[in-house]
Write a protein that binds this ligand. Structure first.
Ligand code: TRP
Length: 447
């Protein structure tokens, strides 16, 4: 069925895959975990992992999609050698995308709310800011549901348009726009004295701050940020034209993703150092510390706040699209559903569980949706981070490294990579990546 579907253009694919990779992970999570784990040394580990493991796995996932040319399940089945077709079950990693969406969409909703706050009135003290965030988080389930609905509708609307008119077109417009905003904010922040401090904080490594937990977080985050292990990138690569250079595309996506995380970090820390905040604030960094800083800047601050949260919303939404598309393509190709039906049912599924996620952190309902010590929200996030994504990562590495015919893999990459790079990449996929992922999963379960 897919054969008749229009293919991505070269730039359309790179921007869409960049849109998938660049998300809340870059603008919200990367800066705050960098803050929590002390800066430079953590950033260094993150950069090394992206280069050694992340980029390799990203390319491996592209290899499967590009060869398979179908939804995730069918691609695994198509590419697996005779007698190993059972690997198609690995394709069910695609459902992880819907699991991620149950909370990802809720967080995008918070961002919408902060866009609204940007001009209706930002908090002026940290205490106020905490109160506002806490009220939204724990005492306003229906407001959260409202914004969650907006996010579901936006993502669903884009998906209805299909690969070309929906996904490609949206990313072609929004990703350059996102870059433009972030570069603008960077140039603005460069005028601060705080900028120098931000650079020092992020790039001067202090290894005494690096413990094993920091390393695990850095490795785990490098996966999440590149969108590895759930079939997002595989699904996009399935609609690539025959002679696309996935090595180049993969490196480009990894580069853009890293660049945007670093820019976001520099911008946020410059503001923080300039206006007297501390970087180790955790998840509340952009929702609590930053709004207060923006409020200090008066009218200019409102505009900057709006632009900043808009950038975050764009980053989140373009990633969200990639989290749902694998399920949509699966339902269309495998079960022969119409696109509309596939979009509606996938959306309804993660929407409904998302509502439960919202209630699981709300006062008065929390008790019913807490399992052990974890709220449904924490539980889902935890299972994605420590189980579902590592599992997907290992399966991809093992499949490309050991199951797929080496000739086919070489056919996709050798001509573009050259011998030496190919050997390094193949070594990484066969040995480094699987061991690193298993190590990651093992340690995550211990925490
Ligand atoms: N990479 C995105 C971010 O940084 C999130 C994301 C999109 C993702 N697609 C994914 C994470 C696939 C894991 C797998 O926010």
């Amino acid at each position: 069925m897919n054969q008749q579907v229009a293919k991505f253009s070269r730039i359309g694919f790179v921007l869409s895959a960049t849109g998938a990779a660049v998300g809340l992970g870059n603008i919200w999570k990367f800066p705050y975990i960098t803050g929590v784990y002390g800066g430079g040394a953590f950033v260094l580990v993150y950069l090394v992992t992206i280069l050694l493991i992340g980029a390799s796995l990203l390319i491996a996932e592209m290899v499967i999609g590009k060869r398979g040319q179908k939804d995730c399940v069918s691609s695994f089945e198509e590419v697996a050698p005779k007698g190993k077709k059972g690997w198609k079950y690995a394709g069910f990693m695609l459902f992880t995308g819907l699991v991620i969406m149950t909370f990802y969409s809720v967080v995008i909703g918070w961002i919408f709310y902060y866009m609204y706050l940007s001009f209706s009135g930002l908090p002026t003290t940290i205490d106020d800011a905490k109160k506002i965030f806490d009220t939204l988080y724990a005492h306003a389930p229906f407001l959260q549901i409202l914004f969650h609905v907006l996010s579901v509708l936006f993502v669903g609307g884009v998906l209805l348009g299909g690969i070309k008119k929906g996904i490609e077109k949206t990313n072609l417009i929004l990703i350059p726009f996102l870059l433009f905003i972030l570069l603008g904010l960077l140039v603005y922040a460069m005028n601060f004295d705080g900028f120098t401090q931000a650079v020092a904080f992020m790039f001067a490594p202090d290894f005494s701050k690096l413990d094993s937990e920091a390393i695990i977080r850095a490795v785990g985050h490098s996966f999440f940020t590149l969108s590895i292990g759930i079939g997002s990138i595989m699904t996009y690569a399935a609609v690539l034209p025959k002679h696309s250079n996935i090595y180049q595309a993969g490196m480009m996506v990894a580069f853009m993703d890293t660049l945007i995380a670093l820019i976001a970090g520099l911008v946020i820390f410059s503001f923080l150092f300039q206006f007297g905040g501390t970087p180790d604030k955790g998840p509340g960094l952009v929702f609590v510390s930053l709004p207060v800083i923006f409020a200090k800047l008066g009218a200019v601050g409102s505009v900057i706040a709006l632009i900043f949260f808009l950038a975050m919303a764009v980053a989140g939404l373009t990633s969200a699209i990639s989290l749902v598309e694998p399920s949509v393509m699966y339902l269309e190709d495998r079960l022969k559903w119409g696109r509309k039906k596939a979009v509606v049912w996938s959306s309804l599924l993660y929407f409904a569980i998302g509502v439960l996620v919202i209630f699981s952190i709300s006062d008065g309902y929390r008790e019913f949706l807490t399992f052990g010590k974890k709220s449904l929200f924490d539980l889902l996030e935890f299972s994605v981070d420590s189980f579902l994504m590592p599992l997907g990562g290992v399966l991809i590495a093992l499949f490309v490294g050991y199951v797929m015919n080496r000739d086919i893999v070489e056919g996709e990459l050798l001509g573009h990579m050259g011998n030496t790079v190919f050997k390094i990449w193949y070594f990484s996929i066969r040995y480094i990546a699987p061991i690193a992922v298993l190590f990651l999963a093992y340690n995550a379960l211990k925490v």
